[in-house]
Design a protein around this ligand. Structure first.
Ligand code: HDE
Length: 702
């Protein structure tokens, strides 16, 4: 008998399952005992999934092997085109609950007080490819699909309330400039290159957004700690057909928080999946992220009087001018079952609105309404992408669209057109009462390719944004410009950006100029409109001023060694539990460490896999002997030095001193650092961590 056939395999028992041992001695499970039989895609049971069909023991593979060919054929076609932008995403399910009665503003069912609507949210970066790191400096997509009882509503937003351009016709140029340069195929997931800054420097309308992307908004600490915005002005329409304008805001319940740039650079190496891992872990352990949905509602009169055009997506309406009214909450409470079927295949469309919500004439939004429907065809390969479970509505739906690739929800009966004579058998009919009606806005004008003069002020809000930041945030913006422009090889492009910054804030421009060592101050860029000086600062634009009130949802990293004081560890654990925060232990070896009282502490990270950038605050707790090992480990010294440089709160045991000395921070320890010597000290330390960073240190660090 030929070797390698079923008969030649021996069966063995693994746990309570039967397994077969192949010729090479490898072990694989076989069906039975509740384990289903492997089949082909068409259901034929498979006898051998280890060996392809051969002519003879050492002969060629036979074409006849349908199972083999089907398996390889399917594998060869597993990839679909990644999104042209927002390729790297992470999705989760949850619900939206309307908490306020706004029937005077909108007839949308999703906003009926008490109504609970399923949602699917996909967060993303914009420029990077699917496999790029999570903490790239980039805008974050914040796309929400509401499965309402009157159809799907997609609010396809970002974590920044303004955009680079005013007209959708410039989008391909913007994105081409931001992504890898076409001849060389790099850089990946970063805007720090000539093409991007060339485009920005030649597109003054993008300068406000340029300030936003150079701020820490583009390096969030967690997807859970960032705001979301619908960006455009939309319309709400009530039962009587009356309409008001609206801007949508998502406010994270846990406050805002970002990392610092040097941390981001290191994080991308330490954990390229930092954001998705954080979201996955939070949901899996029941710490459900939550946002409030707020509306800025205003009428035509306000729109006319406002300093800027409400149809210009490069502008915000400051919250101090039109307060955000909270009308609901969104909770994400379920991870996907299958990344491809849900996160990858979800198709958002700005055009998907429901009765009670309507568009404005923002030329960016109008262009998006075309783009999102169009792009799904090339991405998902069929007009029937709405048949996929993640995209299908969860309310009843009936229409006469039919056939096409992969049509798997097909109507029954004779009627596939309308009007028809088949009465109640004749399929669905329009409903003038319940149906979607566009707001009958008066439109009059001459056909032409225009840019309204009301879109011409490109600098005033950039200045307002910059002036609304705390000192430390302003410094980060200047540093980010210097960093990015230092990667730009063409000096003229660096200069051009500085010439725009001179219209925003002279001190900022000078800082960037000095940081780049430009040979002289360029002239300010020609401005279509003189920048205004009279816009009030808007504290809501600062991240630091809108942080959390507690350390909840954050993580303390404890670097420890054998001989650590268990009392101190217990104190920290209790304090963190009370606060709703997490603790993670980092040890020289993954097996863990033995505390002074003999307790064994399991480590979650080995020191070189658990740098301090992964944590919001750190503790270094060691013993006299233990510290001797640590001082010889570069990664332990980095752990301490980085935590200090990133303005983190640091707790330490007295025995850790030699490490802190070797890391070069001992003599600089400040009020953000605290020695822990007994159980009760942990609580005070965790309280101080609520401020997230000891920013006072930043100025001293220079
Ligand atoms: Fe998008 N954008 N976009 N965009 N966008 C896409 O649609 C587009 C813009 C945003 O997680 C694409 O399905 C144009 C603003 C998010 O699946 C594409 C313009 C805002 C996502 C597209 C814009 C966004 C996308 C690519 C200028 C914030 C990811 C794949 C007029 C308000 C959605 C896809 C997801 C994705 C076009 C500008 C947010 C090509 C033409 C402004 C969150 O259709």
């Amino acid at each position: 008998m030929a070797k390698g056939t079923d008969q030649s395999r021996k069966t063995v028992k693994i746990g309570d399952q039967t397994a077969a041992r192949g010729q090479g001695g490898e072990i694989h499970q076989v069906a039975g005992n509740g384990v289903p039989t492997l089949t082909t895609a068409l259901g034929t049971p498979v006898a051998d999934d280890q060996n392809s069909l051969r002519a003879g023991l050492r002969g060629p593979t036979l074409m006849e092997d349908q199972h083999f060919r089907e398996k390889i054929f399917h594998f060869d076609h597993e990839r679909i085109p990644e999104r042209v932008v927002h390729a790297r995403g992470f999705g989760a399910h949850g619900y939206f609950e309307a908490t306020d009665d706004i029937s005077d503003l909108t007839r949308a069912a999703v906003f009926e007080k008490g109504e609970k609507t399923d949602v699917f949210v996909r967060f993303s970066t914009v420029a990077g490819n699917k496999g790029s790191p999570d903490v790239a400096r980039d805008v974050r997509g914040f796309a929400v699909k509401f499965y309402t009882r009157e159809g799907n509503w997609d609010l396809v937003g970002n974590n920044i309330p303004v955009f680079f351009i005013q007209d959708a016709i410039k989008f391909p140029d913007l994105i081409h400039s931001a992504k890898q340069e076409p001849d060389r195929g790099f850089p990946q997931a970063q805007t720090a290159h000539d093409n991007f800054w060339d485009f920005i420097s030649l597109t003054p309308e993008s300068i406000n957004m340029a300030l936003w992307i150079m701020s820490d908004r583009t390096i969030p600490r967690s997807l859970r700690f960032m705001e979301g915005f619908g960006v455009h002005t939309f319309r709400l329409v009530n039962e009587n057909g009356e309409s008001k304008f609206v801007k949508f805001h998502w406010k994270p319940k846990m406050g805002m928080q970002s990392v610092v740039w040097n941390e981001a650079l290191k994080l991308n190496g330490a954990d390229p999946d930092f954001h998705r891992r954080d979201m996955w872990n939070a949901i899996q352990k029941g710490d459900y992220p939550e946002w409030e949905l707020g509306l800025q509602v205003f009428d035509e009169k306000f729109a006319e009087e406002f300093e800027f055009d409400v149809l210009d997506a490069t502008k915000i309406i400051p919250e101090e001018q039109v307060p955000v009214r909270i009308v609901g909450r969104m909770v994400l409470n379920r991870c996907v079952d299958n990344f491809f079927a849900e996160t990858e295949q979800v198709a958002f469309q700005t055009g998907s609105v429901v009765p009670g919500i309507d568009f404005s004439n923002d030329p960016l939004l109008q262009g998006r309404n075309f783009s999102y429907l169009d792009t799904q065809l090339s991405r998902l390969g069929s007009t029937n992408f709405t048949h996929l479970p993640i995209n299908a509505p969860r309310c009843p739906f009936h229409h006469f669209q039919q056939d096409g690739h992969m049509a798997f929800r097909n109507p029954k009966g004779r009627a596939n057109y309308e009007p028809n004579s088949w009465g109640s058998e004749g399929g669905p009919r329009e409903d003038p009462q319940k149906g979607f009606r566009s707001y009958p806005e008066e439109i009059d004008g001459q056909k032409g390719r225009y840019r309204s003069e009301t879109f011409a002020d490109h600098y005033s809000q950039a200045r307002q944004f910059y002036h609304s930041q705390t000192e430390v945030e302003q410094a980060h913006i200047a540093d980010a410009f210097v960093f990015e422009l230092s990667k730009v090889e063409t000096v003229a492009i660096r200069e051009r950006i500085v010439s725009h910054l001179l219209n925003v804030d002279e001190a900022l421009a000078d800082k960037v100029m000095e940081g780049l060592r430009l040979k002289g101050r360029p002239k300010p860029a020609d401005a279509a409109m003189k920048p205004r000086d009279d816009l009030k600062v808007s504290p809501k634009l600062s991240i630091v001023l809108n942080g959390p009130e507690s350390f909840a949802g954050r993580k303390l990293g404890v670097l420890l060694t054998d001989g650590v004081d268990m009392d101190v560890i217990d104190g920290l654990k209790k304090a963190l539990e009370k606060e709703g925060a997490e603790i993670e232990f980092i040890a020289p070896m993954i097996g863990g460490a033995e505390a002074s009282d003999g307790t064994w502490i399991e480590a979650q990270q080995k020191i070189d896999g658990g740098p301090s950038v992964l944590y919001d605050a750190v503790a270094i707790l060691t013993s006299k002997d233990g510290v001797k090992d640590l001082i010889n480990m570069p990664e332990a010294r980095d752990f301490a030095a980085d935590a200090f440089a990133h303005c983190k709160y640091i707790a330490y045991s007295a025995e850790a001193r030699p490490l802190l000395e070797k890391a070069g921070i001992w003599s600089d320890l400040d009020d953000g650092c605290r020695e822990l010597s007994k159980r009760g000290d942990g609580q005070e330390f965790i309280k101080s961590c609520r401020a997230l960073r000891f920013w006072e240190r930043a100025a001293k660090l220079g």
